[in-house]
Design a protein around this ligand. Structure first.
Ligand SMILES: NC(=O)C1=CN([C@@H]2O[C@H](COP(=O)(O)OP(=O)(O)OC[C@H]3O[C@@H](n4cnc5c(N)ncnc54)[C@H](OP(=O)(O)O)[C@@H]3O)[C@@H](O)[C@H]2O)C=CC1
Ligand SMILES: O=C1O[C@H](COP(=O)(O)O)[C@@H](O)[C@H](O)[C@H]1O
Length: 518
């Protein structure tokens, strides 16, 4: 029996079809998922529930063990009690899942804990010699401990008796560093231990339905392709809004700020998929090659193209500085708008506006591609009636195109209307999986398409690092905005200067109002 030192082997070359799931079931994959940091928030709220849903839906092999690992002195039962309330299913489903869970306490440095983990894995894999064995290590941990944890795994947990199809993979969570230099250092440390094929850097935005749709929408619609260009598009906005503040998470947030928290990672991934050229194939590396290319064309974001904000108390919402976990007088931005430039043939001169904030007026993540008006024409006011392609990632996934049509009636009056693809109406009852479910399943399938490659990360940090250093040095003070508003008014001025034209006449009527839905 070969004793494998962790060679990555995807289940099959076309790793994204349901056949792969069948493949590892048919192959009798003996799967162990080790959740490191099992006592923490992310594990409880995201990792275990995603594993449960995959298990419940039959996407995981029958021979499944889930091992929690953390420093806390918990028993198997303690872990099960902690997790149980987050699993949504029947008692039978929950109990079946919990019966596969166990817990091993251990530290993140030294060998002892990892030796116990290896022993636990060997015991669990005993009797399956000759079968393909899969070990997925999910690091639901702060990145400061990644190097020592990965070293512990490498030294103690990589020997496994498996058939040729066996594999060992590690999923690591953001943040990957604080700037270009620290990210490169971290990447270097992990890269010295495991090859890129075994490292799955998760960005959960890549698992969201509309992000997954991007390659289809962009490259399967012929009418869109020729207009996806600076000749037609005036500006693009990527907007992230959350109605709540840091709520006791200020200690964590204050170290990072909104740019590191969501822009450098999630929103830049959105930008990359929107702006990249068509990949040669749908393979993970072809897609990531194109993402890297476009990210490398980004000019570093300038302070003068940025508006920073920090929320203040309003109504019953406390201000950022009143969160007792936030250091007094902190200048960390909870809001930012940046205008970015992509220096390539397709996008030169088109402002890419990225806006993100906490404690704003609503929950929304959307992409707004605003077209230029016709160059000359027979109708008045077309400058204010721009075509816009809007992709709303959340809430209520939707894609709609704002178009100009004649107002019904005797007059020839152009008005803005919409072609509307609201998922909840068009795909009634369709199940939209949680981002973590998809991504964990991809990691088990060996599909790295929706994970961030090291060179992508480098390019993403390069775009933001000079701005982040200027902010970190304390030379910029964020502008105050009352919680529950749209952010500092200077943001609208910047966005308008970048060319975005707001149409204040347009009023959308929901399908219920239009009478489409009973
Ligand atoms: N399928 C569906 O569900 C559809 C829904 N609709 C809904 O119709 C409504 C109108 O749609 P739409 O016109 O696309 O979007 P918005 O009314 O949200 O406005 C468009 C843009 O203008 C910005 N904006 C809002 N207020 C101001 C302001 N005072 N000054 C400058 N900019 C501003 C918004 O930014 P910011 O986000 O920062 O406020 C947004 O980027 C929305 O609620 C939309 O969800 C429309 C069509 C289809
Ligand atoms: O990574 C993060 O993302 C969440 C937003 O995720 P979403 O899926 O709810 O849109 C954000 O609240 C958090 O601050 C950030 O760390």
């Amino acid at each position: 029996m070969p004793s494998n030192d962790l060679q990555h082997r995807p289940c099959s070359s076309s790793a994204s079809s349901r056949d792969d799931v069948k493949c590892f079931i048919a192959n009798k994959l003996v799967l162990s998922v080790v959740v490191l940091g099992a006592s923490g928030d992310l594990a409880k709220k995201k990792t275990f529930p995603a594993l449960f849903t995959l298990f419940k839906k039959g996407f995981l092999p029958k021979d499944l063990r889930i091992i929690g690992y953390a420093r806390s002195k918990l028993t198997d039962q303690d872990l099960k009690e902690k997790v149980k309330g987050y699993l949504k299913g029947t008692d039978a489903e929950v109990n079946e899942f919990l019966s596969r869970m166990s817990y091993i306490p251990g530290s993140y440095d030294g060998d002892e804990g990892f030796q116990s983990l290896q022993k636990g894995l060997e015991d669990r894999e005993k009797g399956h010699e000759g079968a393909p064995v899969g070990r997925l290590f999910y690091l639901a941990l702060p990145p400061t401990v990644y190097p020592q944890v990965c070293a512990g795994i490498k030294k103690n947990c990589t020997q496994m008796k498996s058939s040729e199809e066996g594999w060992l993979r590690l999923v690591v969570e953001k943040p990957f560093g604080m700037d270009l230099e620290s990210s490169e250092e971290l990447a270097g440390e992990l890269g010295a231990l495991f090859p890129e094929e075994q490292l799955y850097r998760i960005d959960h935005y890549l698992g969201k339905e509309l992000m997954q749709n991007m390659l289809v929408l962009r490259f399967a619609n012929h009418f869109l392709s020729p207009t996806w260009h600076r000749n037609f598009i005036s500006n693009v906005q990527i907007c992230f809004k959350e109605p709540f503040g840091t709520d006791g998470r200020g200690g964590y947030f204050d170290e990072f700020g909104i740019i590191r928290d969501v822009m450098q990672n999630h929103l830049l991934q959105v930008l990359a998929l929107l702006a990249m050229e068509q990949p040669v194939t749908l393979s993970a590396d072809d897609i990531r090659d194109e993402k890297v290319k476009v990210l490398r064309c980004l000019s570093p974001v300038k302070l003068e193209d940025t508006v920073l904000g920090q929320y203040t108390a309003a109504g019953d919402q406390r201000g950022y500085l009143e969160d007792e976990t936030v250091p007094k007088g902190s200048k960390t931005p909870t809001f930012a708008t940046c205008v970015m430039n992509i220096n390539n043939e397709r996008w030169a001169g088109v402002p890419w506006i990225m806006k993100a904030g906490k404690a704003l007026n609503e929950r929304k993540v959307e992409i707004r591609v605003q077209y230029k008006p016709p160059a000359a024409g027979i109708h008045p006011n077309l400058n204010e009636m721009r075509n816009e392609l809007v992709m709303r990632l959340q809430p209520d996934e939707a894609i709609y195109m704002k178009i100009v049509v004649k107002q019904p009636g005797l007059e020839m009056q152009p008005v803005v209307s919409e072609m509307d693809l609201s998922y909840k109406h068009r795909y009634q009852g369709a199940n939209i999986p949680d981002a973590y479910e998809r991504l964990i399943l991809d990691a088990i399938r060996g599909d790295q398409q929706h994970f961030v490659r090291r060179d992508e990360l480098r390019a993403a940090w390069a775009a933001f690092t000079p701005l982040l250093h200027a902010i970190d040095s304390g030379e910029v003070s964020p502008q105050p905005y009352p919680a529950g508003t749209r952010g500092p008014p200077a943001s609208d001025i910047l966005v308008s200067r970048a060319g975005f034209v707001k149409n204040s006449e347009y009023i959308w009527k929901t399908a219920e109002v239009k009478g489409d839905i009973s």
